[in-house]
Design a protein around this ligand. Structure first.
Ligand code: IPE
Ligand code: IPE
Ligand code: MG
Length: 254
């Protein structure tokens, strides 16, 4: 952590990432360090979600996507999966008021047909109740993986070709993006992963082709507003070249 007490004041509000994606990792280790069951860490991570969402919305970030449960997480012990699903049910309904107070719209990406009916029901209700909010979209990635989403997009495109609605020549990157789960969600400029792991674990594979990556050593339940500010400040010191040379980027700035 930088020593500046008012980290937020060093953020350039004119150059904010529009979309921040977060891999919320380290809940299990956080609990185990305290001699508790893993689920205690998941419960404690909810406060980090609240603070991060609030901080992002206050700054003027338009989209955040939180990796909450991956396709691969279905392979965890049944007790843990059940506890996570129960936590989702309780948290989603409890948080609707805070989401509305903060003018945040809840949305979801992932294979939600796989979710327990109760989780699906709470999700759909919360999405409906927050659908009029306009300050920021908060996406939960649930039963989500990047490869699953790409396969899903391929299926949708093949169907359109088979039905004669689409020609092979029309298939390009823009069309693939338009067939992702949330076509209006721009690619994230910044991806944060907590817990000191240096991998993306099948998150937003298509969308992160040119995303800046920030790895925090904090475990997710310890992640606070200042940690988000730190990641944004770091991002603002990067030069995003998109394949060009540094000179070209500087000249463009004029
Ligand atoms: C992230 O924390 C939350 C989920 C994957 C659901 P973990 O549960 O992966 O915690 P660690 O990585 O084992 O510490
Ligand atoms: C990634 O964390 C998935 C979520 C945060 C939901 P994992 O803990 O499942 O990732 P791996 O297995 O360590 O790569
Ligand atoms: Mg983990």
């Amino acid at each position: 952590m930088m020593e500046n007490k008012n980290l937020i004041d060093t953020i350039d509000r004119t150059r904010l990432p529009k979309h921040i994606a977060i891999i919320m990792d380290g809940n299990g280790r956080w609990a185990q360090q305290r001699g508790e069951e893993r689920v205690f860490g998941h419960n404690s991570g909810v406060q980090s979600v609240r603070e991060t969402a609030e901080a992002a919305a206050e700054l003027g970030v338009k989209f955040i996507t939180l990796y909450a449960f991956s396709t691969e997480n279905w392979n965890r012990p049944k007790d843990e999966v059940d506890a996570l699903m129960q936590l989702l049910v309780v948290t989603i309904s409890n948080e609707v008021k805070t989401l509305n107070d903060n003018n945040i719209r809840l949305r979801v990406i992932g294979n939600i047909h796989c979710l327990d009916p109760q989780v699906k029901k709470e999700l759909e209700e919360a999405m409906e109740k927050t659908s009029g909010n306009t300050r920021m979209d908060m996406f939960l990635a649930l039963s989500y993986s990047g490869r699953w989403e790409i396969v899903d997009a391929i299926k949708k495109i093949v169907i359109q070709v088979k039905e004669g609605k689409l020609e092979l020549e029309q298939i390009n990157e823009k069309l693939v993006s338009a067939n992702m789960n949330a076509p209006d969600l721009p690619d994230p400029e910044l991806l944060i992963r907590t817990s000191g792991e240096y991998r993306t674990s099948n998150f937003l594979m298509w969308q992160t082709a040119y995303t800046e990556l920030f790895f925090s050593s904090k475990l997710w339940p310890d992640f606070r507003k200042d940690d988000l500010y730190e990641a944004i400040i770091d991002f603002q010191h990067r030069e995003r070249r998109f394949g060009k040379t540094s000179e070209q980027i500087i000249n463009c700035k004029g």
